[in-house]
Design a protein around this ligand. Structure first.
Ligand code: SF4
Length: 724
């Protein structure tokens, strides 16, 4: 018999928000290899270490293949889809009947494709009537969302990757691009090699790999970003380097900000940030004298109890100098996950509705209610991630449906998350892998198809939508997430009708009729067609972007309205912003520092972040052996002089302890850290470093606007430890 013919399917890497195109080599049953897609405009054929090893992460043991019910502490029993859906639906229908929809919640993921996000959002907000649906994107880019909305009027990233090649000054703040977005970093390196005059400023408490290409490195103290940006603006004003025409014609709120930054003198800012005043002056000079300035940022700004302030203070700099809407210029937030952008677009957050609409806005609710064929939508935003798990612990929520994420390892204050999941009446986990830290807390495990096993749509950091083809079938009876949500909607409708739970309005005669009307999607294309209708007339209008166009013309940036020939590279070129006045808004936050200051008992600062070769809680990247070559376990990095001060040595086991809990790590001396600062990677779970779970230590302080937790700073102490 001839071996099956090899084929290639077009896809996108499922790791970071760079969104690199990949070509999957397969025989229709197994994925045999991947290579970078030379035609994808995000990477032009290049892949980083994670992307190159994707083929090793799909097949093999540890995949979820059948629905499982936990019948005792560590005992799972197989069930059919029909049984599992029926039993889960009956319990959710009882909770709905007895306590109402506000006792039900969904916690999803920036790794879900756009069609899944759209369907689960419709299920929660449109069908059930609960706005308690949030995403793990809350942990990485929520502050960028609130920052863009407050400053520019909409959550629309104005820039493109091609601006990397067209800028004169890169201002990289709180982003270790070399590790978190390696292909973007390679593009930057290539530009710098070609044009050495490109100025690169890197701002980070750690001298990261990204800082290796900086002309100016500012190792600010954690939590002093607002002070830094105000200090730069102070100098721009002082040196008469503003774009006064842009300020007058296209912005509002300038006088208040101008007054605010008076307090941020170079001396004061240098002291607050603990940097040299001359370096601050140099940063302002770079900003002032470069024809085009492009800012890149990520978790360093966002994962802060003042993340929104950090974002608006950085955007202020671009508005004050007119550095927006032009080639090579603008504030460009990088998204951590492959489809965090798609989640934002489809309204997969508790305050949002599809098409960048707001739950709190009556017109937005009415528009989506009409589209979904329901009378009204609940008017109050639901819980964001951290409060959601607190509500679960309090008993305000009874059941939670967790999809494609591992909150026991990724949310801050692990002890609280575990208490919450133990308290829940029902935890449903919809996953592709079996070994996550959240699984022991689930009552049900539903197997989801993974990357390469299903068709999908995703949007990367530069608003570019790609169409991913399925290459191989999912293992066992695993299904695409959108299909599981649709199946659940039908099962739930049956259970609600059986319990005679009345519908909230008269638009249908029964729940089953409603489910049939709302969740009869056949495929990705039918979901995308409905979602596109939600975007018409909005800033992200993709009314004209059919899947056939993506297949014919390749990935496209939004907006792409009806009649468009291609997507839009850059936003706000005309200086008109989607605010009521058409003007962008300056904001004038004050420097507030960190949520939990160091003191005599907890005298050290702990920050967390990514490694180059691992991804999130390692469900996928942990399957590629070569990705452990650069880091076999989680290490606690410390400045060598701090190690000496505490009488500790490289390689020694140490206990790091905060007000909430402790973790054990081997010590790594690292002089790229400033004195008093410790660093641990976010990835390693109990499978790899059983006692080194960094979220045993991190805190649940959140930004008041974005709800994003402050992962970048926790007050801790360290001491020598022994193996337990
Ligand atoms: Fe994948 Fe990101 Fe690496 Fe590109 S840069 S290959 S998207 S992990």
């Amino acid at each position: 018999m001839n071996p099956p013919a090899l084929r290639e399917s077009r896809s996108v890497c499922p790791y970071c928000g760079t969104g690199c195109g990949v070509l999957i080599e397969h025989d229709g049953e197994r994925i045999l290899g991947v290579r970078g897609d030379p035609e994808h405009p995000a990477n032009f054929g290049q892949l980083c270490s994670k992307g190159m090893t994707l083929a090793q992460t799909v097949h093999g043991s540890g995949r979820a293949t059948v629905p499982l019910q936990r019948v005792a502490e560590e005992t799972w029993q197989q069930a059919s889809w029909e049984q599992s859906m029926g039993q889960i639906a009956t319990r959710w229908a009882e909770i709905y009947r007895d306590r109402g929809p506000q006792a039900l919640a969904f916690y999803v993921s920036g790794q879900l494709p756009t069609e899944d996000y759209y369907v689960v959002n419709k299920l929660a907000k449109g069908f059930l009537g609960t706005n308690h649906i949030d995403t793990n994107s809350r942990l990485c880019m929520a502050s960028a969302v609130t920052g863009y909305k407050r400053s520019l009027g909409m959550d629309s990233v104005p820039c493109s990757y091609e601006d990397l090649e067209r800028t004169d000054c890169l201002f990289i703040v709180g982003a270790n691009v070399a590790y978190a977005h390696p292909i973007i970093f390679r593009r930057i390196e290539a530009v710098k090699a070609q044009r050495p005059e490109l100025r690169i400023i890197v701002v980070d408490p750690r001298r990261t790999a990204t800082a290796s290409i900086a002309d100016l490195f500012l190792p600010i103290l954690p939590g002093t970003d607002v002070a830094l940006f105000h200090g730069i603006l102070h100098l721009l004003i002082w040196n008469d380097r503003l774009d006064t025409d842009f300020i007058q014609q296209h912005t509002e709120g300038w006088q208040e900000l101008k007054q605010r930054v008076q307090e941020y003198t170079p001396q004061r800012v240098a002291e607050l940030c603990q940097i040299a005043e001359a370096d601050l002056q140099r940063a302002a000079e770079f900003f002032a004298t470069s024809p085009a300035v492009l800012s890149l940022w990520c978790q360093g700004l966002n994962q802060s109890a003042h993340g929104t302030d950090n974002n608006v203070a950085l955007i202020n700099l671009h508005l004050a100098t007119g550095q927006i809407g032009r080639p090579g210029a603008g504030p460009f937030s990088l998204t951590g996950q492959p489809n965090a952008m798609g989640g934002r677009e489809t309204g997969g957050m508790p305050a949002l509705l599809p098409g960048h609409r707001e739950i709190a806005n009556g017109e937005d609710r009415a528009a989506i209610a009409e589209l979904w064929g329901v009378e009204t939508l609940h008017p109050e935003p639901g819980y964001t991630a951290v409060p959601m798990f607190q509500a679960l612990e309090r008993g305000d929520l009874a059941a939670i449906w967790i999809t494609c994420t591992n909150p026991v390892l990724s949310l801050p204050d692990r002890q609280q998350v575990e208490r919450a999941l133990r308290t829940a009446e029902q935890v449903v986990l919809q996953e592709s892998y079996l070994d996550g830290e959240t699984m022991p807390f689930a009552h049900w495990l539903l197997p989801a198809a993974s990357w390469g096993e299903r068709e999908a749509l995703v949007t990367n950091s530069e608003r570019r939508i790609s169409h991913l083809q399925a290459a191989v079938p999912p293992p066992g009876s695993a299904r695409p997430d959108w299909q599981i949500f649709c199946d659940f909607a039908h099962a739930l409708a049956l259970a609600l009708d059986r319990l005679s739970v009345p519908l909230p309005d008269r638009k249908d005669d029964s729940w089953q009729q409603r489910a049939l009307r709302m969740f009869s999607f056949r495929d990705t294309a039918s979901i995308f067609a409905e979602y596109r209708r939600c975007t018409i007339g909005r800033d992200l209008d993709i009314g004209g972007l059919e899947i056939a166009i993506l297949d014919r013309q390749g990935p496209q940036q939004w907006p792409f309205p009806v009649g468009a020939k291609s997507g839009q590279v850059r936003l706000y070129a005309n200086g008109i912003f989607p605010t009521p006045s058409g003007r962008a808004r300056f904001h004038a936050p004050v420097h507030l520092g960190v949520a939990e200051e160091i003191d005599a008992r907890y005298p050290l600062r702990l920050t967390t972040g990514r490694l180059r070769d691992q991804w999130h809680s390692m469900a996928r990247s942990g399957r590629a052996a070569s990705l452990f070559a650069s880091a076999e376990e989680a290490l606690l990095a410390i400045h060598p002089q701090d190690a000496r001060q505490y009488g500790l040595q490289e390689g020694q086991l140490v206990r790091v302890e905060s007000r909430r809990g402790a973790a054990l790590y081997r010590l790594q001396c690292d002089d790229s850290l400033q004195r008093g600062l410790l660093f641990v990677p976010m990835h390693f779970g109990s499978r790899y470093s059983p006692a080194a779970l960094c979220n045993s230590v991190t805190q649940a302080a959140i930004d008041p606007y974005s709800g994003e937790p402050e992962f970048k700073h926790t007050a801790v102490r360290i001491s020598a430890a022994e193996l337990p």
